[in-house]
Design a protein around this ligand. Structure first.
Ligand SMILES: Cc1cc2nc3c(=O)[nH]c(=O)nc-3n(C[C@H](O)[C@H](O)[C@H](O)COP(=O)(O)O)c2cc1C
Length: 266
C-alpha cells in the first residue's frame, strides 16, 4: 500500500516527494506502526519503494526523525527495547494523547537527559547511510514540530548549561552537528533542513519577544511580506508562474498530496 501511495503520486507528476518522517532508532511516538530505518532489512524494504518511484520517473527524499520528548515510554516498542526517551533536558512536553494506551496519557515525564549528544548524531549518520543504500535521492532533515532537534532549539525545552544550551549558537549546535554528519554522507547538494520559527505544534510556541528583534544585518528584505509570501496560498498554476518569474525556487504541497483516495478522503 505504501508503494502504491508514493508511486501513484510520482506517476501523477509530483516533481519531488519527501517520504514521511522515519525513525532512526526505537521510538514511542503516538503512532504504533510508524516507519523506521536503522537495520539493513529496513533499507531493503525501503529500496523496493524507491525503485518503484524511480521506475515512474519520480524523485524521493528520506526524512530522518527522532521524536525527542514527544514520546511515551509505555508504547510497545520502547517498553520492549527499554530504549530511553532522550531529550536535551528533563522537561516534559504539555499535551499528547496516546490513544492506544490505557487512560490515554500524554507525553512522558520519564525523560533521560542526553549526556552524549554525539551518540545520537551517529544514529542519524547510520540511518542516512542506510537511506543511501536504499537509493533515496536526498535527505530532508526535520528540525521542527517539537521533536528532538527542535527540543534543542527551543529555550523552554532546552535548559542545558553545557555547549548545547543557553545562547542561540549553542542551541543550534546539535541540529547543525546532525546536519554536518548527514552532509558528510550525502554531500550538501542533496540535503535540506526543515525549520519553522513560528511553530506551535507539540508545545513549541515561543514568545513574540523571544522571536524579536532579528539579528543586526539579517533584516528582512525591503517590502518583503512573510505572511503574504508563505503558507497555503498557492495553486499549482500560481506556483509555476512564480517559479518561472524567478521570484521563488520552490513551493511544496502537503495535504492535497497525502490524501488517501483508497480510504475515502479524496
Ligand atoms: C497527516 C499529516 C502528516 C504530516 N507528516 C509530515 C511529515 O512526515 N513530515 C513533514 O515534514 N511534515 C509533515 N506534515 C506537515 C506538512 O508537511 C505541511 O507542513 C503542512 O501540512 C502544511 O502544508 P499544506 O498546507 O500544504 O498541507 C504532515 C501534515 C499532515 C496533515
Amino acid at each position: 500500500m505504501t508503494i502504491t501511495h508514493y508511486t501513484d503520486r510520482a506517476r501523477d507528476g509530483a516533481g519531488w516527494i519527501v517520504a514521511e518522517v522515519t525513525f532512526i532508532c526505537p521510538h514511542s511516538a503516538e503512532w504504533p506502526h510508524a516507519q523506521v530505518m536503522y537495520h539493513q532489512e529496513h533499507a531493503d524494504a525501503w529500496a523496493k519503494l524507491t525503485s518503484a518511484v524511480h521506475d515512474v520517473g519520480g524523485k524521493i527524499f528520506f526524512q530522518p526523525w527522532h521524536a525527542g520528548r514527544i514520546q511515551n515510554d509505555n508504547m510497545p516498542m520502547l517498553k520492549q527495547s527499554q530504549y530511553p526517551v532522550y531529550a536535551p533536558s528533563k522537561i516534559p512536553a504539555k499535551g499528547g494523547k496516546f490513544r492506544t494506551l490505557e487512560g490515554q496519557p500524554g507525553h512522558t515525564h520519564n525523560i533521560t537527559e542526553m549526556d552524549h549528544p554525539r551518540d545520537i548524531v551517529e544514529k542519524f549518520r547510520h540511518s542516512v547511510t542506510l537511506a543511501k543504500k536504499a537509493r533515496f535521492d536526498g535527505i530532508e532533515l526535520l528540525s521542527q514540530g517539537g521533536y528532538l532537534l527542535h527540543n534543542f532549539l527551543c529555550s523552554h525545552s532546552n535548559t542545558r548549561t553545557d555547549q548545547y544550551g543557553g545562547s542561540v549558537a549553542n542551541r543550534c549546535r546539535f541540529p547543525l552537528e546532525v546536519l554536518d554528519a548527514i552532509i558528510e554522507v550525502w554531500g550538501s547538494r542533496a540535503v535540506g533542513i526543515k525549520i519553522r520559527p513560528s511553530d506551535d505544534y507539540n508545545d513549541t510556541t515561543i514568545s513574540y519577544d523571544e522571536s524579536q528583534p532579528r539579528p543586526k544585518e539579517k533584516e528582512l528584505p525591503d517590502k518583503y511580506e512573510p505572511l503574504a509570501q508563505f503558507g497555503s496560498l498557492y495553486t499549482v498554476e500560481e506556483a509555476t508562474e512564480l517559479v518561472k518569474e524567478g521570484k521563488i525556487d520552490l513551493v511544496t504541497f502537503a495535504r492535497p498530496f497525502i490524501y488517501n483516495p483508497v480510504s475515502g478522503y479524496e
